[in-house]
Write a protein that binds this ligand. Sequence first.
Ligand SMILES: NC(=O)c1ccc[n+]([C@@H]2O[C@H](COP(=O)([O-])OP(=O)(O)OC[C@H]3O[C@@H](n4cnc5c(N)ncnc54)[C@H](OP(=O)(O)O)[C@@H]3O)[C@@H](O)[C@H]2O)c1
Length: 183
Amino acid sequence: MTPPEIHGYAIVSRDDRIADAKGLMPASLKNDADWAYFQAELGRADYVVIGRASHEATPNIKRRKRIVLSRSARRLEKRADAWWWNPLELGFEELAKALAPAARIAVPGGQAAFDMFLKIGYSAFHLSRAERIALPAGRGLFSSCETGVAAETVLKEAGLHAGPTLDIDPQAGVTLTLWRPAA
Ligand SMILES: NC(=O)c1ccc[n+]([C@@H]2O[C@H](COP(=O)([O-])OP(=O)(O)OC[C@H]3O[C@@H](n4cnc5c(N)ncnc54)[C@H](OP(=O)(O)O)[C@@H]3O)[C@@H](O)[C@H]2O)c1
């Protein structure tokens, strides 16, 4: 079985935060150009693996195949709104077998999902940044970002390399950088 590609997606503030100090994604972090890119990318994925809090914060309007990360799930279980997955009870390899022949999995966060897939290995991490926004004491992209480690350092330590940074919305100061493993 060919393992699925794993693609991470986030938009962060200039201080590497995905949400504010209350754990909510502020309007200042929402950007139309990033949203259009993100939605097109999700459309290319066979499954979307998402943290329980993020699942609840973003209704699945497009009815994509979601897998919700939660300790409340028993292994991998079908609920009315999605598949629910507990990685403590069913490892990723077993999940991938259950999803075969999935070619691509999208990981739109939150922090727990981003941290977990760092260890499993990203095929690509699509990192958008709202360069003018700061969210002090907000939710870090990765848990170590909350202890002062830059997201770039975390991605590099995971073996990923940055491609060119694109100005996807110059007026709003939003950029996009694609991180990939060395060829
Ligand atoms: N800017 C961005 O790109 C971006 C991306 C994603 C999310 N967000 C925002 O960030 C906020 C939520 O993010 P978050 O990081 O606080 O939460 P999250 O990762 O979406 O969800 C956290 C939940 O995931 C489950 N979980 C965590 N670790 C687990 C593990 N090892 N095994 C099984 N389940 C596990 C737990 O659910 P149970 O309590 O059910 O066990 C936990 O409460 C929302 O406001 C969202 O809109 C922003």
